[in-house]
Design a protein around this ligand. Structure first.
Ligand code: F6P
Length: 342
């Protein structure tokens, strides 16, 4: 078989580990050939590809980003997008696709499968918000980066008796904030799943100062105050209809400074959470998902997404991945609340 591989949506550490595993097992064990499509769905849409063999995947296991490039291109928003993809796959002699992506990329993969394209999906996102898989690779790396930042912020916040507000990514799910905040010993953690009361947060901050420790407040970019709205970077929507979030940290720091009388500053971790080398956990998870994806393709088990359930790598229908967003259950938030303000 000749199999196309693409990576779509926001990049995350571990994408290259998947590509490597797919190609190493696909060529070495099964004798398949590969084509690398560039920049997500833009590649098959426009026929943009590059060779993808054993030589191309040597040395990429620890490398962040994706050797194939990525984009948020939505072929269903482009006139005759599906026909163009089918034509380009046929022109390049490609029998099937392995699509590595989050809810948007896998949503496209699901629809293409229904329209007769042979597809296997591999879940990725630092947000960890995909259904049907316990974890997505990239998440562990993002959490470790945010945790290290929080560790560092503790010492400087304490030297200056300041509140430091750390804004993390995650879009509409608070997994990164929850895990990084718990691991980093944050004073308060604010998630999109539960609206927050600024007065209560100011109370936690004051209590922490009373104990002679400076507070670290971790806020997810999608968190919202009880009587306010999500803070958007701007009003533009991407081709999948997503808004760009960002700014809640600054807003919150201003509120906390006014309410507590103590200086408050903001750190926005942004794309630092997505860059650089994957952790061991993410390398292993990405590798195992890649191995299962090429097995599924070899067996012509189309329309499946590979997933981590407990410690097993399994196959589930692609549609299950995007059916509903996996958000933080409130019981998990309650575990973190035990530590707020203390
Ligand atoms: O979905 C991954 C993610 O990093 C989100 O956490 C964040 O909201 C978004 O992508 C940022 O997207 P971009 O890199 O396109 O600004």
């Amino acid at each position: 078989m000749r199999i196309g591989v693409l990576t779509g949506g926001g990049d995350c550490p571990g994408l290259n580990a998947v590509i490597r595993a797919v190609v190493r097992k696909g060529v070495g064990t099964y004798g398949h050939e590969f084509v690398g499509f560039r920049d997500g769905w833009k590649g098959p849409l426009e026929g943009l590809s590059k060779p993808l063999g054993i030589a191309e995947v040597r040395g990429i296991l620890p490398r962040g980003g994706t050797i194939l490039g990525s984009s948020r291109t939505n072929p269903f928003k482009i006139e005759n997008g599906v026909e163009k993809i089918k034509e380009n796959l046929a022109a390049q002699g490609v029998d099937a696709l392995i699509a590595i992506g989050g809810e948007d990329t896998l949503g496209v993969a699901t629809k293409l499968h229904e329209l007769g394209v042979n597809v296997v999906g591999v879940p990725k996102t630092i947000d960890n918000d995909l259904g049907a898989t316990d974890y997505t690779f990239g998440f562990d790396t993002a959490v470790n980066i945010a945790m290290e930042a929080i560790d560092r912020l503790h010492t400087t916040a304490e030297s200056h008796h300041r509140t430091l507000v750390v804004e993390v990514m995650g879009r509409h799910a608070g997994w990164i904030a929850l895990h990084a905040g718990l691991a980093g010993g944050a004073n308060v953690i604010l998630l999109p799943e539960r609206k927050f009361d600024v007065e209560q947060v100011a109370g936690y901050v004051n209590k922490r100062f009373d104990h002679q420790y400076a507070p670290i407040v971790v806020v997810a970019e999608g968190a919202q105050p009880i009587d306010g709205q999500m803070v958007l970077h701007n009003q533009e929507l991407d081709s999948f209809g997503h808004v760009r979030l960002g700014g809640i940290g600054q807003w919150l720091a201003e509120q906390l400074e006014a309410k507590t009388g103590k200086e408050a500053r903001t750190v926005v971790l942004g794309h630092i959470q997505r860059g650089g080398t994957p952790t061991a956990f993410d390398r292993v998870l990405a590798t195992r998902l890649g191995l299962q994806a090429i097995d599924a393709a070899h067996e012509a088990d189309w329309g499946k997404m590979v997933a981590m359930q407990s410690t097993d790598i399994v196959r589930v229908p692609l549609a299950d991945a995007t059916r509903e967003l996996k958000t933080v259950p409130l019981e998990r938030y309650a575990e973190a609340e035990v530590f707020f303000g203390s």
